[in-house]
Design a protein around this ligand. Structure first.
Ligand code: DX5
Ligand code: ZN
Length: 233
Protein backbone atom coordinates (compact mmCIF):
# COMPACT_ATOMS: atom_id res chain seq x y z
CA UNK A 1 0.00 0.00 0.00
CA UNK A 2 2.71 2.44 1.06
CA UNK A 3 4.73 1.50 -2.02
CA UNK A 4 1.67 2.14 -4.18
CA UNK A 5 1.26 5.65 -2.74
CA UNK A 6 4.97 6.36 -3.05
CA UNK A 7 4.93 5.22 -6.68
CA UNK A 8 1.98 7.48 -7.41
CA UNK A 9 3.74 10.46 -5.84
CA UNK A 10 6.83 9.74 -7.93
CA UNK A 11 4.69 9.52 -11.06
CA UNK A 12 3.06 12.86 -10.19
CA UNK A 13 6.50 14.44 -9.63
CA UNK A 14 7.63 13.09 -13.01
CA UNK A 15 4.61 14.62 -14.69
CA UNK A 16 5.31 17.96 -13.03
CA UNK A 17 8.92 17.76 -14.13
CA UNK A 18 7.88 17.12 -17.74
CA UNK A 19 5.46 19.99 -17.82
CA UNK A 20 8.24 22.43 -17.01
CA UNK A 21 9.96 24.33 -19.75
CA UNK A 22 12.64 22.36 -21.45
CA UNK A 23 16.28 22.96 -20.71
CA UNK A 24 18.54 23.72 -23.65
CA UNK A 25 22.11 22.48 -24.04
CA UNK A 26 23.88 23.96 -27.08
CA UNK A 27 26.28 21.49 -28.68
CA UNK A 28 29.54 23.33 -29.26
CA UNK A 29 30.36 21.07 -32.19
CA UNK A 30 28.74 23.72 -34.41
CA UNK A 31 30.54 26.67 -32.74
CA UNK A 32 33.26 28.72 -34.39
CA UNK A 33 36.27 27.02 -32.81
CA UNK A 34 38.55 29.95 -33.58
CA UNK A 35 36.46 31.94 -31.07
CA UNK A 36 35.30 29.18 -28.74
CA UNK A 37 35.51 31.20 -25.52
CA UNK A 38 33.41 34.03 -26.98
CA UNK A 39 30.91 31.54 -28.36
CA UNK A 40 30.46 29.92 -24.96
CA UNK A 41 30.03 33.30 -23.27
CA UNK A 42 27.45 34.22 -25.90
CA UNK A 43 25.53 31.01 -25.20
CA UNK A 44 25.56 31.76 -21.50
CA UNK A 45 24.11 35.22 -22.14
CA UNK A 46 21.57 33.83 -24.59
CA UNK A 47 20.03 31.63 -21.89
CA UNK A 48 21.68 28.24 -22.36
CA UNK A 49 21.18 25.95 -19.37
CA UNK A 50 24.07 23.56 -19.97
CA UNK A 51 26.79 22.99 -22.57
CA UNK A 52 26.98 19.78 -24.56
CA UNK A 53 30.51 18.78 -25.55
CA UNK A 54 31.03 16.09 -28.18
CA UNK A 55 34.26 14.15 -27.78
CA UNK A 56 35.07 11.90 -30.75
CA UNK A 57 38.10 9.69 -31.20
CA UNK A 58 38.10 8.94 -34.94
CA UNK A 59 37.51 5.23 -34.18
CA UNK A 60 34.14 4.82 -32.48
CA UNK A 61 32.91 7.42 -34.94
CA UNK A 62 34.68 8.57 -38.13
CA UNK A 63 35.36 12.06 -36.81
CA UNK A 64 37.87 13.58 -34.42
CA UNK A 65 36.99 16.54 -32.23
CA UNK A 66 38.17 17.89 -28.90
CA UNK A 67 39.38 16.49 -25.62
CA UNK A 68 40.53 17.15 -22.09
CA UNK A 69 42.57 20.40 -22.56
CA UNK A 70 39.67 22.20 -24.24
CA UNK A 71 37.27 21.23 -21.47
CA UNK A 72 39.81 22.37 -18.89
CA UNK A 73 39.94 25.79 -20.58
CA UNK A 74 36.17 26.08 -20.89
CA UNK A 75 35.70 25.26 -17.22
CA UNK A 76 37.64 28.41 -16.36
CA UNK A 77 35.36 30.72 -18.31
CA UNK A 78 31.85 29.40 -17.76
CA UNK A 79 29.59 28.43 -14.89
CA UNK A 80 27.35 26.37 -17.19
CA UNK A 81 27.36 22.66 -16.38
CA UNK A 82 29.50 20.78 -18.90
CA UNK A 83 27.90 17.63 -20.33
CA UNK A 84 30.61 15.54 -21.95
CA UNK A 85 29.30 13.10 -24.58
CA UNK A 86 32.02 10.52 -25.17
CA UNK A 87 31.97 8.96 -28.62
CA UNK A 88 35.13 6.96 -28.06
CA UNK A 89 36.16 3.32 -27.80
CA UNK A 90 36.96 2.06 -24.32
CA UNK A 91 35.79 5.15 -22.45
CA UNK A 92 36.93 3.62 -19.16
CA UNK A 93 40.48 4.76 -19.87
CA UNK A 94 39.41 8.42 -20.06
CA UNK A 95 36.89 8.93 -17.26
CA UNK A 96 39.33 10.15 -14.61
CA UNK A 97 40.90 12.68 -17.01
CA UNK A 98 37.56 14.23 -17.93
CA UNK A 99 36.44 14.20 -14.31
CA UNK A 100 39.60 15.93 -13.15
CA UNK A 101 39.13 18.92 -15.48
CA UNK A 102 35.56 19.58 -14.35
CA UNK A 103 33.11 17.60 -16.47
CA UNK A 104 29.75 17.80 -14.68
CA UNK A 105 28.37 14.78 -16.46
CA UNK A 106 29.96 12.12 -18.62
CA UNK A 107 27.80 10.14 -21.02
CA UNK A 108 29.08 6.94 -22.58
CA UNK A 109 27.76 4.77 -25.40
CA UNK A 110 26.45 1.29 -24.68
CA UNK A 111 28.22 0.12 -27.83
CA UNK A 112 31.62 1.48 -26.80
CA UNK A 113 32.38 -0.69 -23.79
CA UNK A 114 32.30 -4.34 -22.74
CA UNK A 115 31.17 -3.50 -19.20
CA UNK A 116 28.63 -0.69 -19.15
CA UNK A 117 27.76 -1.10 -15.47
CA UNK A 118 31.39 -0.80 -14.45
CA UNK A 119 32.00 2.40 -16.46
CA UNK A 120 28.90 3.99 -14.94
CA UNK A 121 30.15 3.07 -11.47
CA UNK A 122 33.52 4.53 -12.37
CA UNK A 123 31.93 7.84 -13.44
CA UNK A 124 29.91 8.16 -10.24
CA UNK A 125 32.93 7.23 -8.16
CA UNK A 126 34.61 10.40 -9.47
CA UNK A 127 31.58 12.45 -8.29
CA UNK A 128 30.49 13.17 -11.84
CA UNK A 129 26.97 12.54 -13.07
CA UNK A 130 26.68 9.39 -15.17
CA UNK A 131 24.90 9.30 -18.51
CA UNK A 132 24.23 6.52 -20.97
CA UNK A 133 23.35 6.69 -24.65
CA UNK A 134 22.96 4.47 -27.68
CA UNK A 135 23.11 4.66 -31.46
CA UNK A 136 19.82 4.96 -33.35
CA UNK A 137 19.85 1.32 -34.46
CA UNK A 138 20.54 -0.09 -30.97
CA UNK A 139 17.34 -1.38 -29.30
CA UNK A 140 16.18 0.88 -26.49
CA UNK A 141 15.64 -2.10 -24.13
CA UNK A 142 19.41 -2.42 -23.81
CA UNK A 143 19.35 0.73 -21.65
CA UNK A 144 16.82 -0.61 -19.18
CA UNK A 145 19.08 -2.68 -16.90
CA UNK A 146 21.24 0.40 -16.25
CA UNK A 147 18.60 3.07 -15.61
CA UNK A 148 19.02 2.90 -11.84
CA UNK A 149 22.70 3.79 -12.26
CA UNK A 150 22.04 6.94 -14.29
CA UNK A 151 21.83 10.67 -13.72
CA UNK A 152 20.81 11.25 -17.33
CA UNK A 153 19.73 9.30 -20.39
CA UNK A 154 20.73 10.62 -23.81
CA UNK A 155 18.61 9.57 -26.77
CA UNK A 156 20.46 9.99 -30.04
CA UNK A 157 18.24 10.96 -32.94
CA UNK A 158 21.06 11.01 -35.50
CA UNK A 159 23.96 8.67 -36.20
CA UNK A 160 26.74 9.90 -33.88
CA UNK A 161 29.70 11.60 -35.54
CA UNK A 162 28.62 14.86 -37.11
CA UNK A 163 26.55 17.95 -36.41
CA UNK A 164 23.96 19.33 -38.80
CA UNK A 165 22.27 16.03 -39.72
CA UNK A 166 18.52 15.50 -40.06
CA UNK A 167 16.66 13.95 -37.15
CA UNK A 168 15.76 10.28 -37.65
CA UNK A 169 12.04 10.10 -36.82
CA UNK A 170 12.23 6.37 -36.08
CA UNK A 171 14.53 7.09 -33.11
CA UNK A 172 12.07 9.48 -31.46
CA UNK A 173 9.84 6.74 -30.00
CA UNK A 174 12.72 5.77 -27.71
CA UNK A 175 12.11 8.92 -25.65
CA UNK A 176 8.66 7.84 -24.52
CA UNK A 177 9.76 4.21 -24.21
CA UNK A 178 12.48 5.25 -21.77
CA UNK A 179 10.05 7.54 -19.94
CA UNK A 180 7.63 4.64 -19.50
CA UNK A 181 10.33 2.34 -18.20
CA UNK A 182 11.63 5.03 -15.80
CA UNK A 183 8.12 5.40 -14.42
CA UNK A 184 7.78 1.63 -14.14
CA UNK A 185 11.02 1.49 -12.14
CA UNK A 186 9.95 4.59 -10.12
CA UNK A 187 13.03 6.51 -11.24
CA UNK A 188 13.35 10.21 -12.03
CA UNK A 189 16.13 10.63 -14.56
CA UNK A 190 16.20 13.50 -17.06
CA UNK A 191 16.07 12.52 -20.71
CA UNK A 192 18.29 14.47 -23.10
CA UNK A 193 17.70 14.28 -26.85
CA UNK A 194 20.57 14.85 -29.27
CA UNK A 195 20.66 15.27 -33.04
CA UNK A 196 18.67 17.29 -35.55
CA UNK A 197 16.84 19.25 -32.84
CA UNK A 198 15.39 22.44 -34.31
CA UNK A 199 12.19 24.48 -34.52
CA UNK A 200 10.64 22.01 -36.98
CA UNK A 201 11.45 18.80 -35.12
CA UNK A 202 10.60 20.23 -31.70
CA UNK A 203 6.94 19.10 -31.72
CA UNK A 204 8.18 15.48 -31.87
CA UNK A 205 10.25 15.91 -28.72
CA UNK A 206 7.70 16.80 -26.07
CA UNK A 207 8.72 13.92 -23.78
CA UNK A 208 12.34 15.05 -23.51
CA UNK A 209 13.65 17.20 -20.65
CA UNK A 210 16.84 18.58 -22.18
CA UNK A 211 17.22 19.54 -25.83
CA UNK A 212 20.74 19.30 -27.21
CA UNK A 213 21.07 21.43 -30.32
CA UNK A 214 24.09 22.46 -32.35
CA UNK A 215 23.44 23.53 -35.90
CA UNK A 216 20.07 25.18 -35.27
CA UNK A 217 21.36 27.43 -32.47
CA UNK A 218 24.83 28.27 -33.80
CA UNK A 219 23.61 29.00 -37.34
CA UNK A 220 20.72 31.16 -36.13
CA UNK A 221 21.19 34.92 -36.49
CA UNK A 222 20.24 35.35 -32.81
CA UNK A 223 21.40 32.74 -30.30
CA UNK A 224 18.92 34.14 -27.78
CA UNK A 225 16.01 33.77 -30.16
CA UNK A 226 17.03 30.24 -31.13
CA UNK A 227 17.23 29.16 -27.50
CA UNK A 228 13.95 30.79 -26.58
CA UNK A 229 12.20 29.09 -29.53
CA UNK A 230 13.39 25.72 -28.21
CA UNK A 231 12.32 26.58 -24.65
CA UNK A 232 8.89 27.91 -25.35
CA UNK A 233 7.34 25.60 -27.91
C1 DX5 B 1 26.44 14.15 -33.04
C2 DX5 B 1 26.51 14.90 -31.76
C3 DX5 B 1 25.52 15.95 -31.54
C4 DX5 B 1 25.52 17.06 -32.54
C5 DX5 B 1 24.15 17.67 -32.55
O1 DX5 B 1 27.31 13.08 -32.98
O2 DX5 B 1 26.40 14.01 -30.67
O3 DX5 B 1 25.67 16.51 -30.23
O4 DX5 B 1 26.46 18.05 -32.29
O5 DX5 B 1 24.17 18.64 -33.48
P1 DX5 B 1 22.92 19.06 -34.35
O6 DX5 B 1 21.97 19.77 -33.44
O7 DX5 B 1 23.54 19.97 -35.36
O8 DX5 B 1 22.34 17.81 -34.95
ZN1 ZN C 1 26.30 14.84 -28.65
Amino acid sequence: MLKDVTDRIKCFMNTMFHSNKKLVAPSILSADFSRLGEEVKAMEQAGADRLHIDVMDGHFVPNLTIGVPVIKSLKKITKLPLDVHLMVNEPESMISSFASVGADSITVHLESTKDTGKVLEQIRYTNVQAGLTLKPETPVEKLFPFLHQLDLVLIMTVEPGFGGQSLLPEAVAKISQVRKELDRQSLTVPIHVDGGVNDETLPLLSSADVLVSGHFIFKHQSYKEAISILKTQ
